[in-house]
Design a protein around this ligand. Structure first.
Ligand code: IPE
Ligand code: IPE
Ligand code: MG
Length: 228
């Protein structure tokens, strides 16, 4: 057992490159990415990760071709709820962050039904970032706070208006596929996160990659501005 519950964030990148290397359409990469996702979730459970945040679709991903965006929306509607037995068997509670309002109705329904059906699970909290952007998250929270009459927008007050303030800040963010950037993921909560960047493309990830990330994290010394 860890002394503190761990929050791992994953920027799942490289689906397109994985498909391109196989002369397949980009969409085939997203489908393959879904398979690795299940393995990675099991790896997180085996490693006693309590919170797992997954970057599924950014506020910038709408810039992609209509074909690719519709395919991803189709995955949200057809694959999220259909994995219900997997969540129930493994004690997975699903939450989302991000603005779901522009999503197609069937995707929204599948997501909301999944959230409702898994609300009592508590082995692992799986937070799906869908139409999520760190900048939008901060700006939405500030707007809600102002509407609610707050006059002193301290970091704590702003954070209390996030969608899931009960989820603790992310401890470690890992990104696949060799890019060294955040791409607007968890901007506020990553203030003191550790970062692990891996070259392996997302569809090639499995349980062992979570273990590797956490092994690297275990050697980091976190000071949070203090002295150890
Ligand atoms: C990540 O893989 C999945 C999403 C952003 C939805 P990409 O689709 O970004 O794959 P690359 O970066 O083009 O290889
Ligand atoms: C970040 O990946 C978004 C997700 C993983 C959902 P991108 O592939 O969209 O990021 P950039 O464009 O390379 O920064
Ligand atoms: Mg990418």
């Amino acid at each position: 057992m860890r002394e503190k519950e761990l929050h791992l964030g994953l920027i799942m990148d490289g689906n397109g490159r994985w498909a391109k290397a196989r002369h397949l359409p980009r969409t085939a990469g997203h489908l393959a990415g879904l398979k690795s996702l299940k393995k990675v979730v099991l790896g997180a459970i085996n490693n006693e990760v309590k919170y797992l945040s997954l970057y599924c679709f950014s506020t910038e991903n709408w810039k992609r071709s209509q074909e690719e965006v519709s395919y991803l929306m189709g995955l949200f509607s057809s694959k999220i709820y259909s994995e219900l037995p997997f969540y129930q068997e493994n004690g997975i509670k699903i939450l989302t962050i991000g603005d779901l309002s522009p999503l197609p109705e069937d995707a929204k329904k599948a997501i909301n039904d999944t959230i409702e059906a898994t609300k009592d699970n508590d082995t692992i909290i799986l937070q799906l970032a869908i139409n999520y952007g760190g900048q939008a998250e901060i700006s939405m929270a500030v707007n809600k706070a102002i509407k609610n009459g707050e006059t002193n927008l301290t970091p704590e007050v702003i954070r209390s208006y996030f969608e899931h303030p009960e989820v603790p800040p992310v401890d470690v963010i890992a990104r696949s596929a060799g890019e060294i950037r955040l791409s607007n993921f968890l901007l506020f909560d990553s203030a003191y996160a550790e970062f692990v960047f891996c070259d392996k493309l997302w569809p090639d990830w499995d349980e062992s990659d979570v273990t590797k990330v956490l092994e690297e994290y275990s050697h980091r010394i976190r000071r949070f501005g203090g002295v150890k």
